[in-house]
Design a protein around this ligand. Structure first.
Ligand SMILES: NC(=O)c1ccc[n+]([C@@H]2O[C@H](COP(=O)([O-])OP(=O)(O)OC[C@H]3O[C@@H](n4cnc5c(N)ncnc54)[C@H](OP(=O)(O)O)[C@@H]3O)[C@@H](O)[C@H]2O)c1
Length: 358
């Protein structure tokens, strides 16, 4: 007697990770449907170690009977299908940027504002924040509780997986092309990414910032505190998986390095690795495949009365996307949708065991 779950964008970077995470965490699902564009109909995707799912078309899928939708098909697609799925009775947990700033849609990081999930009833949609915002607010929350944050200055170092499967392929093919002296032609990203860094993620806005930078500011305020000032510079780097951030925080009250380190050590979802030695900090390659938000290099910022600098790293496909969405689904299932559990009516294919197919 579990829930019926649909994963929209199941062939993509985030969708595949959502299927893996649902299986790893034994989400109480008795049926899972994999949905993507009509071009992917019939493709197979893995659900955990033992199960495979055949991809169905989102366009024609009937959401009646589905309890929870985990979605990552891009903003334009979410704009269209999410209200349709919600109208059919599902709760949509959406990874795209489309719904995040809608006042009737909660924007949730379970370690920070789990209570906001209750707001799902207004539209039947819950938004998952931007990957860079998620890992930053997980680290900011315990410090804000101690000394109230006034201002955050952040520079990001974001991996190419944040721009989808095709951008990962682009890093690979450009790296190879450079080694064999072939020409390099940017297609997914705006400039050459191999052996380079690009200070441009998402579109430019009127004030000269990019939309990714704007997202970090407005999403942090919606999730954590509307009074926090945030200024960001977001940079794409030639790393496959894992985002890093250099964060500078100014507080209202004094906060020593030691108190900050202790609070972060106690915080849900955070692992502190902070020794002033070669192995005493975490890099994206080490965080890839892991669930935690890693905090390193905690130190005083001597340029303001109450300031700290630190380094935050997480797997953008896990905590930055799939894991955060599945954590929301877990709370939704246990605290809000418990009464829906039933076997019986369904319009979805039951899980097919991999073993039966080999
Ligand atoms: N990657 C990250 O770190 C991250 C983090 C947070 C949020 N997000 C957001 O999540 C979304 C997906 O990211 P991604 O990295 O998974 O991208 P991706 O690897 O390019 O995958 C895109 C997915 O969307 C599906 N899709 C595209 N057009 C569709 C349509 N018309 N109908 C149904 N499905 C469609 C694709 O299916 P086909 O294979 O059939 O084309 C594929 O499954 C984006 O909005 C992104 O901003 C990504």
């Amino acid at each position: 007697m579990g829930f019926k779950v649909a994963v929209v964008g199941a062939t993509g970077n985030v969708g595949r990770e959502m299927l893996t995470t649902l299986a790893e965490r034994n989400f109480p699902a008795d049926e899972i449907v994999a949905l993507a564009s009509s071009a992917s109909v019939g493709k197979e995707v893995s659900y955990g170690e033992d199960d495979i799912l055949k991809v169905q078309a989102l366009d024609t899928f009937d959401f009646r009977g589905i309890d929870i939708v985990l979605s990552s098909p891009g903003g334009k697609v979410s704009a269209q299908f999410a209200p349709r799925a919600a109208k059919a009775g599902a709760v949509v947990i959406d990874n795209t940027s489309y719904w995040r700033m809608d006042p009737d849609v909660p924007l949730v990081v379970p370690e920070v504002n789990p209570h906001a999930i209750a707001g799902y009833e207004k539209r039947g949609i819950i938004a998952n924040p931007n990957c860079s915002t998620i890992q930053m607010v997980v680290a900011l929350k315990p410090l804000h509780d101690l000394a109230r944050i006034k201002r955050v200055v952040v520079a990001t170092y974001q991996s190419v997986s944040g721009a989808g499967r095709a951008a990962m392929d682009e890093l690979f093919s450009q790296t190879r092309a450079i080694y064999v002296n072939d020409p390099v032609k940017p297609e997914q990203l705006t400039k050459q990414i191999a052996f380079n860094v690009i200070p441009h993620i998402d579109v430019f806005m009127d004030d000269g910032s990019t939309k990714e930078e704007w997202k970090m500011a407005v999403e942090t305020r919606k999730i954590l505190d509307p009074d926090i000032a945030v200024t960001a510079t977001c940079v794409r780097v030639p790393v496959f998986i894992g985002h890093a951030e250099a964060v500078t925080v100014e507080f209202e009250r004094p906060l020593s390095e030691d108190r900050a380190r202790a609070a972060l050590r106690d915080a849900a979802g955070v692992i502190v690795v902070d020794h002033r030695a070669d192995e005493g900090y975490v890099t994206p390659a080490e965080a890839a495949g892991e669930d935690a938000v890693y905090v390193s290099r905690i130190r005083r910022d001597p340029t303001v009365p109450h300031g700290l600098n630190f380094w935050v790293v997480a797997d953008n496909l896990r905590k930055g996307a799939a894991l955060n969405a599945v954590q929301i689904a877990e709370i939704l299932a246990s605290d809000y949708l418990g009464g829906r559990r039933r076997s019986g009516r369904n319009n979805v294919e039951p899980l097919r065991r991999k073993a039966a197919n080999t």
